[in-house]
Design a protein around this ligand. Structure first.
Ligand code: XMP
Length: 521
């Protein structure tokens, strides 16, 4: 694998994805990882990421410079370059002016890093400090008009660039990374979906054994579905999937998900309609965080009951009655969550308490299977496609665990859920008809408790307001509102105000994140 040491750059995960796009496995470790831990991944090369610090900062991350002497090929990027220069006896200094944005880089192409690339290229820069004197043994292999842009010590196999090859603004970035991977590290491109699927299935079989049982909470979304299908391929119907109707799903979703999971994917599925329980608990509650907590807790309680029953039954069906001792819980944890929890950055402030399906029932002592914990979201889709899962699941826009409850401002009542289900259905249908569904991160309707006066025929009406929200995003952390075509907005607006009795006004949300969040609650 390629080990990427993270010095805190916002682009570190992007480096990992770019390497994997070349079918080479990569892992991200904090830059403070020990040499033993780095070695345990059997690296064929090491990448030092960028980072927000200066090498002279008192709080510059304390990475072990021994990584530069392990004999693995090294590629430093941005701060990574400055770290190499500083550690190996060169000099880093603050530039008189910060280089930020596109820059023209002139490179010498007589070396394996820049081989085959044009001598002049556009690259993305973002740095204040720069290399002033190179360490002994290094030579400059690229420059901009202001600064050193690339250095190399071919004898020690250490390479570094000041720009960011991982961002798409650097036109030759992929070619440069390929040179590092295949030219310098001699990587084999064997990190493929087939390889991942085979090795994951084998590992799950080995873990769960011949008689173990597993349970899984399905949401109908991409992650839990792909995780379930992988485990099902490994242990068949010894996996039971639980799908809970929490009363705030979209129109017909409870039935649609059952059809897909049972009929199309052949999963062993238990569908629990607990909508009454959830809606009863939500009655009279208006505070957003309280709503989220109620749904989260109720979900765990329903799932807990079901899981206990399933495991009891599976134990009874095992001859020695030992089935309950071999219980596993499948979770769709992804690699960004794994990196986040081990990162050098401190815990960030809780803006909203997130609820994901499969919150671990604590008293059950289930052991975890997380088949996707090495994957990024786009890789999960690739795996799903290789598993021949339907596109309607793989391309599904994210849907929050607390469902429509965080899109109904104020109290959640059955009447309001039904109104929002109708409006939401129109939004989704029209966005799909316009061919926009897959390009948009999320598009949905929000029901506001604000009422206004309208007119229908000769009658005065007094109904709710519905807000339409559509955003582009890479990962849900930041988002831009989408300028939907007026024609699409017009159709959505006239359909909702004519067809959904109780909603008399439709407005469009033009807030980006930050400062807004994607969901309204
Ligand atoms: P916000 O509203 O925080 O949402 O900007 C960011 C992304 O997260 C989704 N979201 C959730 N997903 N459980 C989830 O699984 C939750 O409790 C939850 N709350 C928000 C939201 O839809 C958006 O994609």
């Amino acid at each position: 694998s390629i080990v990427i040491l993270d010095f805190g750059s916002q682009y570190t995960q992007l480096i990992a994805r770019r390497v994997r796009e070349q079918n080479v496995f990569s892992v991200v470790l904090p830059c403070t990882a020990s040499i033993e831990e780095i070695r345990s991944y059997h690296p064929i090369g090491i990448v030092l990421s960028g980072g927000p610090c200066s090498v002279y900062d008192a709080d510059a991350p304390p990475a072990d410079p021994a990584v530069l002497a392990l004999g693995y090929p090294v590629l430093g990027i941005c701060y990574g370059l400055q770290y190499i220069v500083h550690q190996l006896g060169g000099k880093v200094s603050s530039a008189s002016k910060r280089e930020y944005g596109h820059a023209e880089v002139n490179a010498t192409t007589d070396n394996p890093l820049f081989a085959g690339l044009p001598a002049t290229m556009t690259a993305w820069m973002s740095h204040g400090d720069h290399a002033e004197e190179l360490p002994p043994g290094f030579r400059q292999i690229a420059k901009t008009s202001n600064a050193v842009a690339g250095i190399a010590d071919p004898d020690r196999n250490i390479w570094a660039v000041q720009f960011h090859p991982e961002v798409h603004h650097t036109k030759q970035g992929t070619a440069l990374l390929r040179n590092f991977l295949f030219g310098i590290c001699k990587a084999t491109p064997d990190w493929t979906p087939e390889h991942f699927i085979q090795s994951t299935i084998a590992a799950i079989r080995e873990k769960v054994g011949e008689s173990g049982h597993a349970i899984c909470a399905l949401s109908g979304g991409v992650d839990s579905s792909v995780a379930a299908v992988l485990v099902h391929r490994a242990i068949g119907d010894r996996l039971t999937c639980v799908f809970v109707n929490n009363g705030v799903l979209r129109r017909n979703e409870f039935f649609k998900v059952q059809d897909t999971m049972r009929d199309k994917l052949g999963l062993n599925l238990v569908a629990v309609d607990a909508s009454g329980r959830f809606l009863a608990k939500l009655a009279g509650v208006t505070d957003p965080e309280t709503k989220r907590k109620i749904i989260g807790n109720e979900f765990i309680s329903v799932f807990d009951d079901e899981a206990a029953r399933i495991l009891r039954e599976s134990a009874e069906s095992t001859e020695d009655g030992e089935g309950a001792n071999v219980a596993w819980l499948v979770q769709g944890t992804l690699y960004p969550d794994v990196i986040e929890s081990s990162s050098v950055k401190g815990p960030s402030q809780t803006i909203k308490s997130h609820h994901n399906v499969g919150g671990l029932p604590e008293n059950m002592k289930l052991k975890l299977i997380e088949p996707l914990r090495d994957l990024f979201k786009d890789e999960v889709r690739r795996i799903g496609r290789d598993l021949q899962m339907p596109e309607e699941i793989l391309q599904r826009q994210p849907f929050p665990g607390p469902g429509l409850a965080v899109r109904i401002l104020g109290e959640v009542t059955p009447e309001r859920v039904s109104l929002l289900q109708d409006a939401d259905d129109i939004v989704v249908t029209e966005i799909k008809t316009a061919g926009l569904y897959q390009q948009i991160w999320q598009s949905f309707a929000v029901l506001l408790p604000v009422r206004s006066v309208g007119v229908a025929g000769d009658q005065r009406t007094y109904g709710y307001t519905c807000a339409i929200r559509a955003v582009h995003s890479e990962d849900g952390m930041t988002a831009d509102w989408v300028p939907l075509p007026y024609e699409v907005l017009k159709t959505i607006s006239s359909r909702i105000s004519n067809e959904v009795h109780g909603i008399t006004r439709v407005v469009y949300d033009i807030t980006s994140k930050p400062p807004g969040t994607i969901e309204w609650e």
